[in-house]
Ligand binder design. Structure first.
Ligand SMILES: Cc1cc2nc3c(=O)[nH]c(=O)nc-3n(C[C@H](O)[C@H](O)[C@H](O)COP(=O)(O)OP(=O)(O)OC[C@H]3O[C@@H](n4cnc5c(N)ncnc54)[C@H](O)[C@@H]3O)c2cc1C
Length: 322
């Protein structure tokens, strides 16, 4: 019997995890990525000759028996060079005003026990997840029609199932097949969280510490790996880099900033006030599935849970799975 085939749109954490899970089950998987490299917000980038992070700083819950450890171990991700961050003084007081109470309890909860960093940052996780996967970069999906994805460059990819790691509404807007209006209206009504503005500063004499520092519910400081000399200053929504550096200096003492650059990243996606805001991995089309941070909780933990849910739904939807 020939292998079942899947095309995954988006090589972010959600898409890569689905690729790993399905390919280990014998599926032939192709991952389409619009960007020049895989990883989405998880991927780091090079600036001034050092690695800078975008959407990866630390994870909570890697002590044996903790939620993420239980999920990562069978996925082969516990052998990566994780190391413990110093106990954080900020998390007990954390009330990220862009996060709902529900998200704080479920996403931030595991950090209360322990926070973990990864040598090499998000790129280490991305490199591991890409192993053995057929990833096509510079492939921006534009249309989904009858199990076929058409990219901006005109290339088409056909498979037994399509999985989208994009925002569910973006996915629905790409679909040419009939999707019930009530389904699309529900996706359109869900509330999205704010973007995240990051200032990367290249410091002289960086006062390094491994844990994140929360200045208030909007504002966070995080150091890159010691050899990088990078300090990241983050806030929700747009920010003014000079004011943000001043604010960081008030907390850390005088900062000798050699250079800085700023960027806006898409934030944590659809806000979850309760289970009622969750988006199912299945869609009205039996061959189209969703994954990624927008479905359930955000972050590495939430996106991993969603990827497992997506793959379980695929298994249950296949004739043999029933
Ligand atoms: C600033 C910031 C800091 C964060 N820090 C942490 C942290 O410390 N710990 C933690 O647990 N979580 C953190 N997160 C959250 C975590 O990074 C995300 O929840 C997770 O990486 C989301 O993965 P995803 O696959 O859902 O989405 P994405 O990473 O957005 O992946 C979507 C992918 O789809 C691609 N794509 C988009 N359109 C198309 C198209 N038309 N065709 C093909 N491909 C397309 C994109 O290029 C991208 O690669 C942070 C996020 C941000 C923004």
């Amino acid at each position: 019997m020939s292998a079942k085939t899947a095309v995954i749109i988006g090589a972010g954490l959600g898409g890569l995890l689905c690729g790993r899970i399905l390919s280990r089950k014998g599926w032939e998987v192709t991952v389409l990525e619009a960007d020049t490299k895989p990883g989405g917000v998880l991927a780091g980038f090079e600036w001034e000759g050092v690695n800078c992070e975008r959407g990866f700083h630390s994870v909570g819950g890697l002590v044996p028996g903790d939620p993420l450890e239980k999920l990562f171990r069978p996925l082969g991700l516990m052998d990566l060079p994780w190391y413990k961050a110093d106990p954080d003084e900020g998390f007990p007081f954390l009330r990220l005003n862009s996060c709902t109470e529900y998200e704080i309890e479920h996403v931030i909860g595991p950090y209360q026990k322990s926070a973990w960093r990864l040598k090499g940052g998000g790129n280490t996780l991305v490199e591991e997840l890409c192993k053995g996967l057929d990833i096509r970069c510079n492939k921006k999906a534009q249309v989904i029609d009858n199990k076929t994805v058409t990219c901006k460059d005109g290339n088409t990819f056909n498979a037994d199932i399509i999985i989208s790691d994009l925002h569910p509404l973006t996915t629905a807007e790409m679909v040419r097949d009939h999707l019930r209006p009530s389904y699309i209206h529900r996706l359109a009504r869900l509330e999205n969280g704010p973007d995240i503005f990051t200032v990367h500063c290249l410091l002289e004499d960086a006062p390094w510490q491994s844990g994140a520092i929360f200045l208030d519910e909007k504002f966070m400081l995080h150091f890159g790996e010691p050899e990088t000399g990078i300090l990241e200053i983050m806030r929700f929504g747009e920010g003014n880099p000079v004011e943000m550096i001043d604010r960081a200096a008030q907390r850390l003492g005088r900062l000798k900033v050699k250079k800085y650059r700023s960027m806006l990243s898409p934030g944590y996606g659809i806000k979850k006030h309760s289970n009622a805001d969750f988006v199912a991995p299945v869609t009205p089309l039996p061959w189209l599935f969703l994954t990624g941070q927008n479905l359930g909780l955000h972050g590495i933990l939430g996106t991993t849970i969603s990827a497992l849910n997506t793959c379980k739904s695929i298994e249950l939807s296949s004739p043999e799975g029933r």
